[in-house]
Design a protein around this ligand. Structure first.
Ligand code: FES
Length: 122
């Protein structure tokens, strides 16, 4: 249990402000070409580190690669919690906007939002 507690602390599981799930490297790529999702995922990982969002105090961001988020069109698809904001067309360019505008400033990128769940509040 101690190791898991340390891991949770290292990952910031109790302190992260948001969690971004990105559909990438799918078993059955449907929302975008497999390489497109992988490119976006690699970009997301690199920029999260470069922007200092991977650890430390807020706005700490958790990131998870999802095999499929079930929207399956106009991908790569992403969703940001706790906001419940769903994004389409998440190319590296749009990932950068999500990081700069939504994650860092708290302002969702409306042009690429296709669903917003009001049951989740930022
Ligand atoms: S394959 Fe990306 S959302 Fe289903």
């Amino acid at each position: 249990m101690q190791n898991l507690t340390n891991t949770a602390q290292t990952l910031g599981l109790s302190t992260a402000r948001r969690h971004l799930f990105l559909c990438a490297d799918q078993t059955e790529p449907k929302c975008c070409a497999k390489q497109s999702g992988i490119d976006s995922w690699n970009y997301l990982k690199r920029r999260v580190t470069e922007l200092g969002l991977a650890s430390g105090p807020s706005p700490h961001l958790l990131r998870t690669k999802a095999n499929c988020l079930r929207a399956c069109t106009q991908g790569p698809i992403a969703v940001v919690y706790p906001d419940g904001t769903w994004y389409h067309s998440c190319t590296p360019e749009i990932i950068e906007r999500i990081l700069q505008e939504h994650i860092l400033q708290g302002i969702p990128v409306k042009e690429y939002t296709f669903a917003q769940n009001p049951n989740f509040t930022p």
